[in-house]
Design a protein. Sequence first.
Length: 128
Amino acid sequence: MKPSRFTEEQIIGILREQEKGAKTADVCRKHGVSSATFYKWKAKYGGLEVSDAKRLKALEDENAKLKRLLAEAMLGVDPVRPDTRLVEVLQCTPAVSGSPAGNAGVLSCNPPSSDRCARARFGRREAN
């Protein structure tokens, strides 16, 4: 995601300008933002003080970090070494095109691991 050109302090200052009686369109034009952006800011930062906005940003960062740790734990990835995986990748072979029950193109998997299976499981089938 692209970082904002404005800090929380600047955003709150822009919102205060409009609250003091300036027209929204004039404030947006002066600062070079769209009215949609202005109203998003108003929904997020409206009524906040600068210290509250800094605290909100810190909580959002902490929440993102915790979500990342939870996702890594659920996937079995060691956060210290992100290249290690606890889940064994299975070797997959394409099913025969005339297989029963119309399962043409379905993959059947047998251990040990292979690069071909990893590509097939994640939607990147190799051309044969």
